[in-house]
Design a protein around this ligand. Sequence first.
Ligand SMILES: [Mg+2]
Length: 104
Amino acid sequence: MDATEIKGKSLNALSRLCHTIAVEKGFWDSERNLGEALMLVVTELAEAMEAHRRQDKANFREEIADSFIRLLDLCGGLGIDIEEEIHKKSMKNKKRPYKHGKIC
Ligand SMILES: [Mg+2]
């Protein structure tokens, strides 16, 4: 699968694609620093916040996509079955109380 065939694919398929591209671009040439990789997700979310502050909706959508791409790359690199993990956590969340027992 290449980048032109991603619509309608599963999260795990997208994870494999995002990771393949990241490997091709050299982001996994040496052992990946997990903390750095997680903070790069945060930087994409911060970029989305800045786009929101500028009311740049196109850039906001792109930065949200960047955030997912970074997370899906990480899942691919770490061998995480993200579909299974989301399913398991959603079932756990479904049993939690309103607002998970907190005020917000
Ligand atoms: Mg970005």
